[in-house]
Design a protein around this ligand. Structure first.
Ligand code: HEM
Length: 165
């Protein structure tokens, strides 16, 4: 397996772990705000979250380097959403004195940003406005429909030609 694929697998694994640790903490915040996990449980969750975000950034940087920093426009959206996730997560679970409503609002914003980031990563939408690449994509879809028609027309023309000569 090449190093790019291995890094991508590590990146995606820690992306999943970041999501799982966020979902557990958010569920605890919404369902049992007065009944937070014991210190050991909280340390495990916080450590998992910190480790996931750190590994995501480090592997993401190396992947970027391996791709020679060539990115699609949607990638900038991913980075903005990642920064939103980080700051909203700090608001939701940070040590600063926050009301429960503020913490819930932070968790809600982080959840929306997570959903947006995952949508971008899965759909990889083409924001480049590059008409040629969009037309290419369309013509790839259209070609199989056109070919049989052209072949039929060619056969019909051959029949007409041989009938007239
Ligand atoms: C919660 C945060 C993140 C999640 C869930 C996430 C998830 C993913 C996933 C699933 C892929 C594979 C996409 C595919 O090829 O189909 C990917 C690729 C990539 N990610 Fe992330 N990512 C996150 C944060 C970051 C950050 C912060 C960076 C940059 C510092 C980054 C840089 C990259 C790069 C460069 C690739 C492309 C690898 C390639 O196809 O060559 N990611 N990410």
């Amino acid at each position: 397996m090449d190093s790019h694929l291995i890094l991508k697998i590590i990146h995606m694994t820690f992306g999943s772990l970041a999501l799982i640790s966020f979902l557990i903490r958010a569920a605890l915040l919404f369902r049992a705000p007065q009944n937070q996990p014991a210190k050991a449980g909280r340390i495990v969750l916080v450590a998992l979250q910190h480790l996931s975000f750190t590994v995501l950034v480090l592997t993401g940087m190396v992947l970027l380097y391996q791709n020679q920093f060539v990115v699609q426009p949607w990638f900038y959206g991913k980075i903005i959403l990642f920064v939103v996730i980080l700051s909203a997560t700090i608001k939701a679970f940070g040590k600063r004195d926050m009301s429960l409503a503020q913490r819930k609002a932070g968790a809600f914003v982080a959840a929306i940003a997570f959903a947006g980031l995952l949508t971008l990563v899965v759909l990889k939408p083409d924001f480049s406005g590059n008409v040629a690449s969009q037309q290419n994509a369309q013509s790839v879809a259209v070609v199989p429909q056109i070919q049989p028609i052209q072949q039929n027309q060619l056969t019909a023309m051959t029949v007409i030609q041989s009938a007239t000569h």
